[in-house]
Design a protein around this ligand. Structure first.
Ligand SMILES: [Zn+2]
Length: 302
């Protein structure tokens, strides 16, 4: 029997086009893409399977009965949302990371959340000192980046490859990133046994020259940014990536009382925020908020 080799990117493209059944494409991508560069450190190595959901998110202790409600879609390729499903947590895995990164700094970020993560998942009141804000923000950024890796290579276009390398170098989250935490009741609390819930989405943001000019900013700053929104249990985290700090002038939180800033980390902040978010299933695009100010007054999200 003649078996033709197929490149991973080709399999991913066929998968997206619906010309190759997803399970077959995923096997091809996994087999043929076994030895590539690690997205974070760039080393050529055998890539390992990264468990995307940390142990504390899916453990019996965290969810009571090892049940988590995972929204399957809402990723970077803007495909229509599929229905959420209930059942044992799907062990989301991504194969794009080397062993050294996977069991090194990535594992450390997961472990740093082993107390705080379950508290946020259960909606408990916590006081976030500067160190906890930093740990949460770094973990959340890593989580958002890793979630994009769950998708076929052809669908990973919101977070650029350069940003993965910056994160691998410890430069992200940095000056050009903002993160907030919010509170939203998970579905099924009163109607069923759902104790955990997770969904996410990634959205591109385009700052074109004419838009910036209308806002009184230099059109030479035209660029692409992105936002990511993550939800697990009661916790919602919004991430905003701005290539230029000047672009903060066009961003303001729609409902600042529903958010607590965690990056940049400052002082001690209390969670949940003063106001909960209205429970929904299906995160809104850019729930972190995008609202042009009347003038570039330097107003920034708190
Ligand atoms: Zn690596």
């Amino acid at each position: 029997m003649l078996v033709r080799r197929i490149a991973p990117h080709r399999a991913a493209a066929l998968r997206l086009a619906g010309r190759l059944p997803a399970p077959v494409a995923d096997i091809l991508i996994a087999v043929t893409g076994a030895s590539r560069h690690c997205v974070f450190c760039g080393e050529t190595a055998t890539l390992t399977l990264e468990h995307v959901l940390p142990h504390w998110m899916v453990s019996d202790e965290a969810t009571g009965n090892n049940t988590i409600y995972v929204r399957e879609s809402g990723g970077p390729d803007h495909e229509p949302f599929r229905d959420a499903r209930r059942g044992p947590s799907r062990d989301l895995k991504a194969k794009a990371v080397c062993e050294a990164c996977n069991s090194g700094w990535m594992q450390e970020l997961d472990n740093a959340l082993h107390v705080l993560g379950p508290q946020l998942l259960k909606g408990k009141t916590v006081h976030l000192a500067k160190g906890k804000q930093q740990a949460l923000a770094k973990w959340a950024a890593k989580f958002a980046f890793t979630l994009q890796l769950v998708y076929p290579r052809g669908g990973r276009f919101v977070i650029p490859a350069a940003d993965y390398r910056l994160m691998g170098d410890g430069q992200l989250p940095g000056e050009g990133m903002r993160l907030w935490v919010g509170y939203m009741e998970p579905p099924g609390k009163r109607g069923g046994p759902v104790l955990g819930f997770a969904e996410h989405r990634h959205d591109e943001l385009f700052y074109d020259g004419p838009l910036l000019e209308r806002l009184g900013l230099d059109p030479a700053l035209a660029c692409k940014g992105y936002s990511a929104t993550i939800r697990f249990g009661y916790c919602v985290i919004g991430l905003l990536r701005l290539p230029h700090p000047e672009l903060l002038a066009v961003h303001a939180l729609g409902s600042p009382r529903q958010w607590v800033a965690i990056w940049p980390a400052v002082g001690t902040r209390s969670c949940p925020p003063r106001e909960p978010m209205t429970p929904v299933v299906g995160l809104s695009p850019r729930v972190a908020g995008r609202r042009p100010t009347r003038a570039p007054t330097g107003q920034t999200p708190r």
